[in-house]
Design a protein around this ligand. Sequence first.
Ligand SMILES: NC(=O)c1ccc[n+]([C@@H]2O[C@H](COP(=O)([O-])OP(=O)(O)OC[C@H]3O[C@@H](n4cnc5c(N)ncnc54)[C@H](O)[C@@H]3O)[C@@H](O)[C@H]2O)c1
Length: 455
Amino acid sequence: MNKLLFVLLSALIVFGCCNDSDSNVIKTKIPPRAKGQTDVLQLSCEPIPVVRVAFIGLGMRGSEAVKRYTFLEGVEIKALCDLYPERVEEAQKTLADKNLPAAYGYSGEDGWKQVCERDDIDLIYLCTPWLKHTPMAVYAMEHGKHVAIEVPAATTLDECWQLVNTAEITRKHCMMLENCCYDFFEMATLNMAQHGLFGEVMHVEGSYIHDLRFLNFASEQEGGYQGYWRLKYNIAHGGNPYPTHGLGPVCQILNIHRGDKMNYLVSLSSAQKGMSEYAAGKFGKGTSLADTTYALGDMNTTLIRTEKGKSILIQHDVTSPRPYDRHHLISGTKGFARKYPKQELAFDPNAHKSMGGEEFDNFLKEWEHPLTKEIGEKARMVGGHGGMDFIMDYRLIYCLHNGLPLDEDVYDAAEWSAIIALSEISAGNNSVPVEIPDFTRGAWDKIKGFNLAVK
Ligand SMILES: NC(=O)c1ccc[n+]([C@@H]2O[C@H](COP(=O)([O-])OP(=O)(O)OC[C@H]3O[C@@H](n4cnc5c(N)ncnc54)[C@H](O)[C@@H]3O)[C@@H](O)[C@H]2O)c1
């Protein structure tokens, strides 16, 4: 048996996939839609004049989300929940400092279930560790709640399908909180792309390159993640476990499942050295964390091809001493943009050189997205990654107030999160191509173009 066939057959056994007889693409199972179940593209629900929110998970991210929500109009923070009661108390102080009424408090491993079971909550906002996102989101939707989930929404293909099926059955919103879609430069380039400034966009890039070694290896007492959840995931999994910050903004530019779709990927990881070196430095050679086998390579590079022939490059590296980088690169037939290491714009016929100085500043101002024009100043004041987090919060609540479809729907959540499992399959099998399932099950071309809904 030749080597490739052996690899494919192994992958079939391990992942329950089937390979296309006409090509070497690994295909994963697409569960058929149940009879009577329909898609939730452009889902609009009854307007909610005052959105009653419950936060579950009040660590680094959740506690900041509570603070931001105190700046929103038409919101009531109804419930606060964390594993640890002291984190709930800390968040109650945030409300008290703003003279807001105390929320109902829940704690313990299963307190979140009682939150979802309440009948006075519209939106469950999840900021828990990755492996808890989908079970909590599914339960919340099954109990009649809209759900907003921190990134990534899911870590396995089965979880991605659970989110899609539950949203389709319950007709509830399921948004993954991909905040990078709302950053100022990303929104400006979306605006430029939608006005044809880049011509036809043929290639895009995104990444998550963020030296997280300190946080990954810090105990809770040192300010790290609760119970080392992220490090544990990195020990167990290869591929790209955190693709959505880079992918979300460029998928919106490419109109993914709004006229185009991601067809397949190939993924390659470097060997792992950075984590064990860091662990040896912190804990000493011969300690368990230094000697642990980390499945996560230092750098993962994934390439995606779309139905319309566009290419996407996504990278992940959380262990190398490098400046923070999300790429955000757009290359079209008429122009180019890149955010890192410094913001650049270049257009025909002068594209060999980036715009500079005043010309660049004026151009960026001229093409600022209407949304950041509207709320950007307040967002910068409230904060949250320079304001993008608050812009995201504002949009989510605006859409719920007005009964509008959300900017990021359950198919975005599934498509962007699915890269985790699919890149792991490819990178673990000599970079074989793996099909990216169409989570809309045939409706990827029904909506023509990505747009923010307005009343
Ligand atoms: N979008 C962004 O820019 C961004 C930034 C940072 C983190 N995140 C995401 O936010 C999420 C949380 O990350 P974090 O940095 O806050 O981690 P964290 O470890 O600081 O917080 C997680 C919290 O969840 C709580 N928790 C765990 N199990 C629970 C349960 N059963 N019930 C209730 N609470 C429970 C923990 O006690 C902890 O307080 C992750 O998905 C992460 O990827 C996103």
